[in-house]
Design a protein around this ligand. Structure first.
Ligand code: SF4
Ligand code: FES
Length: 248
């Protein structure tokens, strides 16, 4: 079925960055013609290349439905989830696929996210309880309002589009960055959490590093609004400097 659909389809040129650090001096763009079906995303085009044209192409993906966050790439200059970006958006083409900007390249379209994972761990993205030892067995009921207070930030899928779009992060890789701060707020605003992340979030290269360009929020596919999370914590941190006992 799929083969017969492809047989009659027009094609679009995909220009894909190829790079093997240690072997190549610099990335080169390689062109492939792929069918354009109405329901094909950029990721389908990459899978077509991998399956039919060039099995050596490297890239990440998993869920194909905007949940795993692993298929983020730069598509015609913009950070996008390739499973949620349709080839038909690009008319006659070409469509240029590059790795997410701001991250070291491991191979082709695969980037190294170890720096982000270390930042994420530094904000302690889990529920912190005082005076209780694991395993925790009690039930911690929440009202719908208490859930609503942090739910938006819990939608983050760690796709890193926000980092790639952030001019502060691209200039300063030590900047804690949008998703790590939004996920810290996801726990700060949870009624069950008793932790304190001020030591990490109040640093110069954390919330105070943000110049509120807001590109992170524009590119976020899950409407997390990390720019808002950062501005909210700036207010918390400022209040804490005059009211040291206030926590959130
Ligand atoms: S905040 Fe949005 S863009 Fe950033 S990692 Fe989370 S889901 Fe992706
Ligand atoms: S493949 Fe999982 S978000 Fe795109």
């Amino acid at each position: 079925m799929t083969e017969s659909r492809q047989a009659g389809a027009r094609t679009i040129r995909m220009e894909v960055a190829r790079f093997r650090p240690g072997e190549d001096d610099a990335p080169v763009m390689q062109g492939y013609d792929v069918p354009v079906l109405p329901d094909w995303a950029v990721l389908d085009g990459l899978n077509h290349i991998k399956d039919r044209l060039d099995g050596s192409l490297s890239y990440r993906w998993s869920c194909r439905m905007g949940v795993c966050g692993s298929c983020g790439m730069t598509v015609n200059g913009e950070p996008r989830l390739t499973c949620g970006t349709f080839l038909t958006e690009y008319g006659e083409g070409p469509v240029r696929i590059e790795p997410l900007k701001g991250f070291p390249v491991i191979r082709d379209l695969v980037v190294d996210i170890d720096g982000f994972l270390a930042k994420l761990s530094s904000v302690r993205p889990w529920l912190i309880r005082q005076g209780e030892e694991p395993p925790l067995t009690a039930e911690y009921a929440q009202t719908p309002e208490q859930l609503e207070a942090y739910k938006q930030y819990s939608m983050c899928i760690n796709c890193l589009l926000c980092y790639s779009a952030c001019p502060v992060y691209v200039l300063d890789p030590d900047f804690l960055g949008p998703a790590a701060i939004a996920l810290a707020q996801r726990y700060n605003l949870d009624s069950r959490d008793m932790g304190d992340r001020f030591d990490v979030l109040s640093q110069d290269d954390a919330v105070w590093g943000c110049t509120f360009v807001g590109e992170c929020t524009k590119v976020c596919p899950k409407h997390v609004d990390p720019a808002e999370a950062i501005q909210r914590y700036k207010l918390t941190a400022a209040l804490r400097s005059v009211l040291p006992w206030s926590r959130r």
